[in-house]
Design a protein around this ligand. Structure first.
Ligand SMILES: *Cc1c(COP(=O)(O)O)cnc(C)c1O
Length: 850
């Protein structure tokens, strides 16, 4: 019979064991080995049974076992030490505290908004890379003491769980998550859970706020599945990336608008300072900008002033160059939703998100555009993605060169304590009392120099073995659910064989099936008696993506064939619990996206931290840090426009590299049976590449390059400054169409000797603006055959005087430095110290051509 309601009977911990409760509810356990070991020792069999979930373990451990442990002095002592360690971690000075001593302008707090967070498998609130990245961001912020508060939604069904039918077609399940069985607590005001409410399409939708402790970082998750909501509204937070456009819009309104309200309540109840920086991790959270404007307007600001205050503190990170990956809503739906939202004029709300630029659709509300317009600072997630994004969104800053578009980049990173295999992590433990620059983020990055080849190779073999055990368990279950025989599974995969991994969401640009281009050639590689390879594959396709599901099916049907079965395997239900043992178990991590569509990619980083070589198209992060010491580049055949031909060419490169380079390197052994060349690559990858790919590096970059400048800007526009800035912008916008560089004068002739002075003067009509409102610049750069300048340099020109007709005269003199063909022009741009840069307003008056 089916229950109509459920409840949890909670165990009562004996007094000496009470602190276990604190350890279980702080997710730091998920990346702290000592805490995990402590929980495992409570009841090793049960620990495995509950899938290494401390909260579930404590709920189920028999009370006589608890009594025994409470009497066990050594256990209680260990518990005390572990709790003392957590207390120190929670309150001690970490990287940020030291940094802030030298940078008093550092932010007081940062609100970090994301539609998904992947922290541990016990909180399945993510679909893939974006969520894992957000989780790693919070963990690294915690480790570094960065005062972040996470804001997200609590999805009753999380993301779907994947299984396969007999034909290899993806099946989706949506199990119900019960918050009572999870390490979350409701935010309360006194006795009662606190509720916030947001008007969504005319309905007051209420949400309660679950607080999750991620080390030092609180994460707030909004949940609408509560009695206070009528049935049809309770489902607002039913599942991640499910439902139609309206449902998606409703979720994003809740995340952005409701998220700010939740943050306010949290800060009020806990007495924390309000954030001065608001970070939208991808466009889903963009509506937070509208709520912040509403707040300022409610306090008396005009729309323009409120916008300036909001922009100063908002940071936006764009995560994809794939147009379909960017949320775009019908303008009418957004109008209906935000008509009457506080005092915000609806046309201004719409203008913030409309694609009013060349190539855009002004009938569409684009969440990335909103992110750029509602924030002063924005970035992509690798250098290459920064470049691609500048090209993609250049229309928002007309009048400027692509390279000047104010979208920077912070390359993603991964949280090493989550992703490095425990055995390897222990080898990298700093020695007692040792210090030096090689020791940072809790690891000694030169420690492997003290580890001999034999030990390192045997660690890798253990890692492969552990992965294979995990894989066999999953294959066994998968065969059972598909109704297939599993007699082959106990021999599937071999811990001595060169192992390739390929796991990622089933988005088509990632080209899961590229390796199947020449099936016979792949089979020969898998079946070579002397130097075989094996491949482990995983990935979910979005439930609405039949093309992605088709690719998975093609892969599964290939792997089902008897002559390759157990040598190439597809593991269903890719998630953190699959991923953690998978990366360490691989020797080569394979990645073949259509360049440049992979914004960053992080799975290759997690593999690298475990000594796996990368075999990847130079896209995302691999374009930046590729080095033959860390793996191989699959040449990208971007020049070939026919996609079939391009795929065929890139597949051929892939097979060639595997055959001629990877296999020989792995199977060439010394007298002791060790692959010395391969071990060298493992060492270099971990020691040299490892420290670059860390989430701690990423978070510090955000603090230094984005959060702190945003906090500074935020403070600068307090009080009247924002009013003045808004007024100044209006004045500049009105005058700008008449601002004109009338004439330029220069003594530069065809040839100029290095060291000679270049003198340029310009007559500029400022149309009533003052010389303090603009900067007139000499822009120079090497030119190509079409007179396009590259690597622009700006030289600011000084005002010499104003003639009787009110035209200003500017000039500059600089020495000619580098030989070559140079070009130059003169332009005027708005200048104000409250702007993040000269490009911010997208306005430039450029000298007319000859
Ligand atoms: C790392 C990770 C991803 C993202 O990998 P990409 O390389 O960015 O595609 C997706 N899912 C899980 C479970 C992961 O651990």
């Amino acid at each position: 019979m089916r229950a109509i309601r459920r409840f949890i009977v909670q165990p009562v911990l004996p007094e000496p064991l009470k602190p276990l409760g604190e350890l279980a509810t702080n997710l730091r356990w998920s990346w702290n080995l000592d805490t995990r070991d402590l929980f495992a020792d409570i009841d090793p069999a049960l620990w495995d049974e509950v899938g290494h979930d401390p909260f579930k373990l404590l709920a189920r451990v028999p009370s006589d076992r608890l009594d025994i442990l409470a009497q066990d002095k050594r256990f209680v002592r260990r518990l005390e030490l572990t709790v003392a360690d957590l207390d120190e971690y929670m309150t001690g000075d970490l990287w940020f505290q030291d940094w802030a001593k030298e940078h008093p302008e550092a932010p007081s707090a940062i609100g970090y908004f994301s539609a998904e967070f992947g922290i541990t498998k016990v909180l399945p609130q993510y679909s893939g890379g974006l969520g894992i990245l957000a989780g790693d961001h919070l963990k690294a912020a915690s480790d570094n003491g960065v005062p972040i508060i996470g804001v997200g939604l609590f999805y009753r069904h999380g993301y779907f769980r994947q299984s396969l039918n007999a034909q290899g077609w993806q099946q989706e399940r949506y199990p119900v998550l019960d918050a009572n069985e999870m390490p979350v607590r409701p935010l309360r005001d006194g006795e009662d859970p606190l509720l916030i409410s947001v008007n969504i399409f005319g309905n007051e939708v209420k949400a309660q706020i679950w607080v999750v402790q991620v080390g030092r970082v609180p994460l707030l998750m909004l949940d609408t599945d509560i009695d206070a909501n009528p049935g049809h509204l309770r489902g607002t937070t039913d599942q991640l990336y499910g439902g139609d456009q309206d449902h998606r819009l409703a979720q994003e309104v809740l995340l952005g608008v409701g998220g700010v309200r939740a943050l306010r309540e949290f800060c009020r109840v806990t007495g924390r300072p309000a954030p001065d920086v608001y970070h939208a991790n991808e466009g889903h959270a963009g509506f937070l900008g509208l709520e912040r404007i509403r707040e300022y307007m409610a306090a008396g600001d005009s729309f323009d002033t409120a916008l300036e205050r909001t922009r100063a503190g908002n940071v936006f990170t764009t995560h994809t160059p794939v147009p379909a990956g960017i949320d775009r809503f019908g303008l009418d739906r957004v109008r209906e939703q935000f008509n009457g939202f506080g005092d915000l004029p609806i046309d201004r709300v719409l203008d913030l998100g409309r694609e009013t630029y060349d190539g855009g659709d002004p009938g569409v509300y684009n969440m990335a555009v909103l992110g750029f317009r509602a924030g002063q600072r924005a970035n992509g997630v690798s250098q290459l993605h920064g470049e691609v994004s500048r090209e993609m969104f250049r229309g928002l800053w007309p009048g400027f060169a692509t390279a000047e578009v104010p979208i920077g980049s912070v390359t993603n990173g991964v949280h090493h304590r989550t992703w490095i295999h425990p055995e390897l992590l222990r080898l990298m433990q700093p020695r007692v009392g040792e210090s030096g620059p090689q020791i940072h983020d809790g690891c000694d990055w030169s420690a492997l120099d003290r580890v001999d080849d034999q030990t390192l190779w045997s660690a890798k073999r253990h890692m492969r073995t552990a992965m294979i055990e995990m894989a066999r368990t999953r294959l066994e279950a998968s065969c059972r659910s598909r109704g297939l025989s599993s007699d082959w599974v106990s021999d599937a995969l071999d811990p001595n064989v060169l192992t390739f991994g390929f796991a990622r969401r089933g988005a088509s640009y990632k080209r899961l099936t590229l390796m199947l281009t020449d099936p016979e050639r792949l089979k020969r590689l898998l079946n070579d008696p002397a130097t075989p390879i094996q491949i482990v594959i995983a990935g979910k396709a979005h439930p609405a993506d039949d093309i992605g599901k088709g690719l998975i099916q093609q892969m599964v049907q290939f792997a089902d064939q008897e002559d390759v079965r157990g040598k190439i395997v597809f593991l269903p239900d890719y998630d953190i619990s699959l991923a953690r043992p998978l990366y360490p178990g691989c020797d080569v991590w394979m990645n073949n996206p259509l360049r440049p569509l992979e914004a960053c990619g992080t799975s290759g980083m997690k593999a690298a931290l475990n000594g796996a070589a990368n075999l990847s198209v130079r896209d995302g992060w691999w374009d930046e840090w590729y080095d033959p010491r860390f793996g191989w580049e699959i040449p990208s055949a971007e020049g070939i426009t026919d996609s079939g031909a391009r795929n065929a060419q890139e597949a051929e490169f892939l097979y060639d590299i595997i055959e001629t380079e990877i296999i020989p390197k792995f199977y060439t052994r010394d007298a002791h049976g060790l692959p010395t060349g391969w071990l060298r690559m493992m060492r270099d990858t971990i020691q040299i590449l490892g420290p670059k790919v860390l989430a701690s590096r990423m978070v510090n970059d955000y603090v230094e390059e984005l959060y702190t400048p945003a906090a500074v800007s935020s403070r600068k526009v307090q009080g009247e400054a924002a009013v003045e800035l808004a007024g100044w912008k209006r004045r500049v916008r009105e005058a700008w169409p008449q601002v004109e560089v009338r004439r330029v004068e220069s003594g530069i002739t065809g040839r100029v000797a290095v060291g000679a002075e270049i003198v340029v003067a310009a007559w500029v009509d400022l149309d009533g603006l003052s010389a303090d409102d603009v900067e007139v610049q000499l822009v120079m750069g090497p030119v190509d055959a079409d007179d396009w300048m590259h690597d622009l340099q700006n030289h600011s020109m000084t005002l010499d005087g104003v003639n009787e007709r009110g035209i200003s005269h500017f000039s500059v003199s600089i020495p000619a430095k580098d030989p070559g063909s140079w070009g130059w022009t003169v332009r005027a741009v708005p200048r104000n110290e409250l702007l993040a840069g000269d490009v911010e307003m997208g306005l430039a008056a450029v000298a007319p051509g000859e």
